[in-house]
Each structure stands twice: as structure tokens, then as C-alpha cells.
Design a protein around this ligand. Structure first.
Ligand SMILES: [Zn+2]
Length: 278
């Protein structure tokens, strides 16, 4: 159990604060929460009990300091202004425009996938938010993510990435990202999916989940789905701190399929826990 005596896990300098840190950004969840979904949690600290069903995403105290919380808040603000706003308003224009991947078979050309370019998003600042989510998943101790940790090399690199740009003001972080030409940052590749229309459901829904697959680490963060490839891949829609940020559209059918697969995996984990209890 962490307490006020502990040190911030990110900067490893300041005392950890009592503010509740979200493991995944609350802004990524907000639109979904309106549909009154519930969070299904496989809680590592309650292994002997049934999985929890809660209304809110995971939060923890005494993991970060005030300064690091504020800094991560800047990354979340940037995401909100440069990506989320456009996704939710579906405002096609110079700052948010569709890119289509097509497949040609004989005379047939079919649209395979649509991604939206978020022109206002600063690529590196957006990547830092993804890095911060990975870091927070690593340090989470009592949520769905408590089962997941990364190797010490990965964690070291995530901390380097994040601490390189840590500043006391939003514009300082943005300027450092825009002008970065150093070599100590790793450009984390990721795919970013989101339904463009609001998913409305009166039933249960998942806000947070993690699914390691052979090809990708798939993180469900609210209504966003973040895929980190396990090996180098070629895709026009792959993001990193060096490329324009693209959000792939999840159709309602794709969303439902994803949700069903995660529920099945969740049920298997729950059944496994039941077995352990017997
Ligand atoms: Zn700190």
C-alpha cells in the first residue's frame, strides 16, 4: 500500500501526492460514461473475490507528485483539444480530414479502412500521452492493469521520454516537443482507434482493458483503442512522435466485435479465478 511517505514513481524526486491519479485519462472515457456503462474490473488485489463492477475508471493515490500530475494533465489537455474535440464533433475540414485505404482486386476497388488525420495534434506531444498511459499501466497496482508490467528497459525508456519534456507550463511542453532534435527519445509506434459516432448502450460496457496478442498489445482506454505493435510493421495508419496523428474509425460493428472478444476474454479470466478459488 502506497502512502504519503512514498516518492513519485515518474520523477523519483518529489513526494507522491494524495491527488487521485487516473490510470487512463478521464477525458477518454467521458463520452462513453454518458451511456451509463459499467466498468468490468479484474482486480488483482481482490483475487479471491468476484470481479468488481464499478461506475468509474481506476484511480490511485500516492503514485505521482503534484508536478508530474500537472504535466500529464497538459498532455491530456492537448489530446482533448487536438484530437478528441474533432473526433466527437466529426468536423471534417483542414484540421481533420479522412484518409482512405483502398484495396484493388481486378476491377474492384473497395475501401478497406478510413483514418482521420488530426492536423492540429503535435505528434510528439500526442505520443507522450500514449507513453504516459503505458507508464501508468505499469505502475497501477489495483485495477484491470495491475496484471501488466513491462520490462525495466521499457519503463526506463518511458520515463526518459516523459521526463525529457516535463515543464511547468503547457506551452513549454509544446515548444520542447516541436523543437526536439535529440536522440534519447524512443518514438513509440501505435495505432489509435475510436468510434466516430457515439456508442449508446443501456447495458454494460467496458471502459478499460488490456489484451496482449501475438502482434499487438491492445489497450482499451475509454472509447479509444490503442494498439502497440510487438514488432515493426508497415501501415500508413501507424503513428509515432514523428508522423501526423491518425485516428482509425471503428465502426459500430467493429466496436461490438471488439467488445464481445474482450468480454469473452474477461469471462475466461473470471472462470479461471473461480477455478483458483475452488
Ligand atoms: Zn514526479
Amino acid at each position: 500500500m502506497r502512502s504519503e511517505k512514498d516518492t513519485c514513481l515518474l520523477c523519483a524526486q518529489n513526494p507522491a501526492c494524495s491527488r487521485e491519479s487516473h490510470i487512463i485519462p478521464d477525458s477518454m472515457v467521458k463520452r462513453l460514461r454518458k451511456s451509463r456503462g459499467k466498468v468490468w474490473k479484474v482486480d488483482a488485489s481482490r483475487r479471491d473475490k468476484r470481479a468488481l463492477i464499478e461506475q468509474d475508471v481506476s484511480k490511485e493515490r500516492y503514485i505521482l507528485c503534484d508536478d508530474c500530475e500537472t504535466y500529464i494533465g497538459f498532455l491530456e489537455t492537448h489530446f482533448g483539444q487536438a484530437i478528441k474535440k474533432f473526433v466527437e464533433q466529426n468536423r471534417i475540414g483542414d484540421d481533420f480530414f479522412p484518409l482512405q485505404q483502398i484495396q484493388e482486386v481486378g476491377d474492384n476497388i473497395t475501401k478497406v479502412q478510413t483514418a482521420f488525420v488530426c492536423f492540429k495534434a503535435q505528434p510528439l506531444m500526442t505520443q507522450l500521452l500514449i507513453d504516459s498511459i503505458l507508464f501508468r499501466i505499469h505502475i497501477a497496482s489495483k485495477s484491470t492493469f495491475a496484471y501488466t508490467t513491462f520490462t525495466s528497459e521499457i519503463v526506463k525508456q518511458l520515463r526518459i521520454n516523459l521526463l525529457t519534456f516535463k515543464s511547468k507550463a503547457y506551452n513549454e511542453v509544446l515548444d520542447k516537443c516541436k523543437t526536439y532534435n535529440g536522440s534519447n527519445v524512443f518514438f513509440t509506434p501505435y495505432m489509435l482507434y475510436c468510434p466516430m459516432t457515439e456508442i449508446v448502450t443501456s447495458g454494460e460496457i467496458m471502459y478499460e482493458f488490456i489484451e496482449p496478442t501475438p502482434d499487438f498489445l491492445k489497450i482499451l482506454a475509454g472509447e479509444y483503442w490503442i494498439w502497440i505493435p510487438n514488432r515493426p510493421i508497415q501501415s500508413a495508419f501507424l503513428n509515432s512522435g514523428k508522423t501526423l496523428v491518425k485516428v482509425l474509425r471503428l465502426t459500430v460493428q467493429q466496436y461490438e466485435k471488439m467488445y464481445k472478444e474482450m468480454r469473452e476474454l474477461y469471462d475466461r479470466i473470471d472462470a479461471y479465478n473461480d477455478g483458483v478459488r475452488d
